[in-house]
Structures are given as C-alpha cells and as structure tokens.
Write a protein that binds this ligand. Structure first.
Ligand code: FEO
Length: 395
C-alpha cells in the first residue's frame, strides 16, 4: 500500500533495499535506493512517475490496492529514464488510453524506449494541469540530468516533485529527511550530486534561480530517489547552490594505484609533506583498486586539490587510475588543482600521461609531478615529502 504524505498526495513508489549497483556498474548504491512515485488525488487524479522495470508487476499490483486504476486520469512523467518509466508498459496495458504529460524530449525518448503509440501530451515550462482545487505546474529542467527532465509543482499543497534533482540513492522506511541519520542522508545526497549532477552545475544554478524567482511556497520537495525533504526544504536547495559553485573543502586527496608498493610509499611521503605545510587541511589517501570509484569521485569533489598516482606499466597507467581519469573527464570538476606522481622502472610515461589527462579533465596543473625510479629509498622519500610541502604551499 501507499504511504499518505498529505491530504491529497500518496507515495506509491518502491524502496529497493537490495540495490548495490545503478546505471549498470557505474554507480555504487551501498545503501540501496528507492524509486519514488506519487498519486495526487484532487477532483482529478494524477500519477507522477513509476518505478524501475524489475518491479513493474509489483508496482501495478500495489497501485491497484491503493486505487482503482481506472480512476487515474493522468500520468505525469517527469523523466524518461528506465528507473522511473520502467513500469509504464505494464501500467499502460491496464489503462492504455491514459494521457501521459511530459516534455517534448521525454516523448521522443519514451517512443524510442518502448515503441508504443501512447497518448503523449507535450508540456512546456509554465503549462499547468488542472486537477480541481489545485494544479500541477510544469517546469522543464533540461540536462538535470537528461534533456527531458522536468519538475512538477503541486499548487494544492505546495509540493515540488523534483525527480532526480535533490535525490539520494538511500533506501529508508522512514520516508522523511528529518527521520533519518543526517550524516548518511547528506553523504548520499553529496555523492549523488558529485557523481551525476556535477557536469551540469551551471544549469543547476540557473534552474534553481529560475524556480526561486517564481516565488512559489515550497512545503516539501519530493525527489524520485531517497528521503523526502520536509523539515526545511530550503536546506537541500542551499546545498545544491553551494555544490554547483565549484565546490571544495579544505581537503587534499591522494588518489593512486600501486603494484609493488613504490607508488604507495610515494603517496604516504607526499601526504606527510602536505601535512607539514598545511596542518589545517584534511588529507585523504585512496587506493583506486581498493576503494569504490564513486566514493573516490565524491572525495575528489570535496577536495581543493588532488594528487593522482600510478606506476608506469606497458608504457601507460594502471587501469583503475585510467578508468577514474575518464570519470573525472566526464564529471568536469571546476576550480581544483592537481599534479601527478608515480614510480617507474624503465620507460616512465605514467606521470606525463596523468598530467595531460588531469589537464584535459579541467584541473589546474600545479607542476610536472614527481617520478621515482624503482623502489624509493630514504632520499627519494625525503624528496617526496618536500614535494608534498611545495605542492601544499603552492595552493
Ligand atoms: Fe533516477 Fe535519471 O533517473
């Protein structure tokens, strides 16, 4: 059964406690997730979004316990990605003529996903769907995070259905932000922003300003994943404005992989030097082969500077570092300094390749990096410490 949120709005989504990977293997969901869908019952009834495809039958069955499906007048699809549209085919088999309100891009994407000739009703920013006492007001939010993304605002009870924006991959039975562990909640919200929304930060700022300028009272923000923001919805909006503005904390991350420990020894010596020169900075070391890549990306997002390390192998990089560099290129972090380091035995290309990769990913390159031949001895480790001191001082 659904969970009643307000007099007219009921949560009818799916909490997925078992989810550990999302977007294929691209995103780790150690705390599970939820696919939030909502029924808005006024004189007319609208369903906002559905759930991921594996739960389509369960979704439809549970929806039937909540409402006679024939009483659903409209479907609003804020976003076509399969985690929100996946149950549509099963639902539309039951209520095939129900109009689906979505953006023009959403209609194109849904047609290409499901190849069905459903009754699509394309809406734009400012359009509204009258439900009786209140309306659903639509605001297009292209590239937050797909071209079709849209927000729907329920005027009847001042609720913003923001879809992926302000979401977290965070399974909870508690439903609301104020009932869950705050460090888990904001940690997951930051990880979500860092790994999904960072490339679109300029658009995030613009869209939030646009929505704020509408002066709509917001009692609750209901995203499509995780907990619902009811205690003070403004606080997650303020976090987004902060995160979208080249976010950084006083943190330096050393991110590396290592074969026979030489690059690790360098990392630890460089970290010592950084701590000498900047005792106030938080210094974190992460072995990319052993740490979750999305957690690493979140720590890089929080950092003012990073040092990326790999030994040279086959004239190139260890694959875990190369993969991470490709993630960084796509995430387009802003305002972060960087340099490279690594051990080598003969050809030693890794440091120059890392430096070029960091530059291409938009990092400000501090220097040419630090290389060590074979196993660093005490003198080389001293040099690494000095290198760390100089790196920290240069920031
Ligand atoms: Fe939660 Fe972009 O789908």
């Amino acid at each position: 059964m659904g969970k009643r949120l307000t007099e007219k709005v009921t949560w009818v989504g799916k909490t997925d406690w078992e989810l550990t990977r999302f977007h294929g293997d691209e995103y780790s969901t150690d705390r599970g997730s939820s696919y939030n869908a909502y029924l808005v019952r006024d004189e007319k009834t609208a369903l906002i979004d559905t759930v991921w495809r594996p739960y389509d039958g369960e979704f439809v069955d549970r929806l039937k316990q909540e409402i006679d499906l024939g009483a659903i007048d409209y479907i609003v699809l804020n976003h076509s990605e399969i985690d929100h549209s996946g149950a549509l085919p099963a639902l539309m088999r039951e209520i095939p003529g129900t109009p689906i309100f979505l953006t023009a891009a959403g209609a194109r994407i849904l047609k290409a996903h499901f190849h069905e000739d459903w009754d699509f009703r394309v809406v734009k920013t400012g359009d509204a769907l009258d439900l009786g006492d209140g309306k659903l007001l639509f605001v297009e939010a292209p590239m937050l995070h797909w071209p079709d993304s849209m927000f729907s605002y329920w005027t009847g009870e001042n609720i913003l259905f923001s879809n992926d924006a302000f979401g977290q991959h965070y399974a909870t039975e508690m439903l609301y932000d104020d009932l869950v562990d705050q460090s888990e909640l904001f940690g997951e919200a930051l990880k979500y922003y860092a790994n999904i929304l960072t490339p679109f930060s300029a658009l995030v700022t613009k869209k939030i300003r646009e929505v704020l300028a509408l002066n709509l009272p917001v009692k609750m923000i209901c995203p499509s994943h995780g907990a619902l923001w009811r205690s003070d919805p403004v606080k997650i909006v303020e976090k987004y404005l902060l995160w979208a503005n080249a976010y950084q904390e006083n943190q330096i991350a050393l991110v590396y992989d290592t074969m026979w420990d030489s690059t690790r020894l360098m990392a630890e010596a460089i970290a010592d030097g950084i701590r000498d020169a900047d005792p106030s900075a938080t210094v974190k070391l992460m072995n990319t082969a052993k740490r979750d890549k999305n957690d690493v990306a979140a720590e890089v997002f929080r950092s003012k500077a990073i040092l990326l390390g790999s030994p040279t192998i086959n004239n190139g990089l260890l694959h875990s570092v190369a993969g991470l560099l490709e993630m960084f290129r796509g995430l387009k972090f802003k305002g972060k300094a960087a340099a490279a380091f690594g051990s080598y035995g003969w050809s030693g290309e890794a440091v120059s390749q890392l430096t070029a990769g960091l530059k291409a990913a938009g990092f400000r390159i501090v220097d040419d990096g630090r290389k060590a031949l074979w196993v660093p001895d005490a003198r080389e480790l001293d040099a690494c410490r000095e290198y760390g001191r100089n790196f920290a001082r240069s920031l």
